[in-house]
Design a protein around this ligand. Structure first.
Ligand code: AMP
Length: 212
């Protein structure tokens, strides 16, 4: 959990590597669905451009399908899901059906200046989903993805007007989920202001040491 630009995606990717579990990133899955030209992808794109949440039915269907894959059996991390109370309720239903539970809800808390700096300097690769920061994590070659050689772009929804709206949507639709999880005692806070090389240690303190 965490507002746009708080550092959810970066932390999720590091968790995936450290604990060797799949990272399920709904934003990336929706962008991929659009790139493949699927019906869900086309509908999703219209919402994403405006900074609105994609309708729950679509996102829930995509996540439900993903959670049927066998690679999640020894754990997984969800990045950007759930983002509405309805999604949280659906997740609960899906996991119950598989006799699984959420271990931890990581809440990423960042200073406003960190978020503004991060979103304005973020560049992404639409081809493979890699994410860069022009100052802190620049690509080796200007405008070119280190991973796949694709061209880097500023996401349409990382532009100022849309970011503002994404914040409102977070406050209104996503923040209330924290209240839902509050009583479970599963919410753990992690700072969104850490330098990238400080993140693994912070995660270890919260989630425990990965198996050797
Ligand atoms: P992100 O890459 O996580 O910042 O997500 C980018 C956009 O994808 C969001 O602004 C939404 O339009 C859409 N999106 C991602 N995850 C969800 C979700 N769980 N529910 C609804 N829309 C989502």
């Amino acid at each position: 959990m965490g507002p746009p630009g708080s550092g959810k995606g970066t932390r999720a990717k590091i968790i995936g590597k450290m604990y060797d579990i799949p990272v399920i990133t709904t934003g990336d899955m929706l962008r991929e669905a659009f790139a493949r030209g699927t019906e869900h992808g086309k509908v999703a794109d219209a919402y994403m451009r405006k900074g609105e949440l994609v309708p729950d039915e679509i996102v829930i269907a995509i996540v439900e399908e993903r959670l049927r894959q066998p690679d999640i059996e020894s754990g997984f991390i969800l990045d950007g899901f759930p983002r509405s109370v309805r999604q949280a309720v659906a997740l609960d239903r899906i996991l119950k059906g598989q006799s699984k539970t959420i271990d931890t809800v990581l809440n990423v808390v960042a200073k406003p200046e960190t978020i503004i700096n991060r979103l304005s300097l973020r560049r992404s690769c639409p081809r493979c989903g890699a994410v860069y920061h022009l100052k802190d994590m620049p690509p080796k070659e200007d405008g070119v993805c280190d991973e796949c050689g694709g061209p880097l772009i500023q996401r349409e929804d990382d532009k100022e007007e849309i970011i503002r709206h994404r914040f409102d949507v977070y406050e209104r639709r996503t923040f209330p989920i924290l209240e839902l999880y509050e009583s479970s005692g599963k919410i753990k806070e992690i700072s969104g202001d850490l330098e990238i090389d400080e993140i693994p240690k912070a995660l270890e303190e919260i989630l425990g040491k990965p198996d050797p």
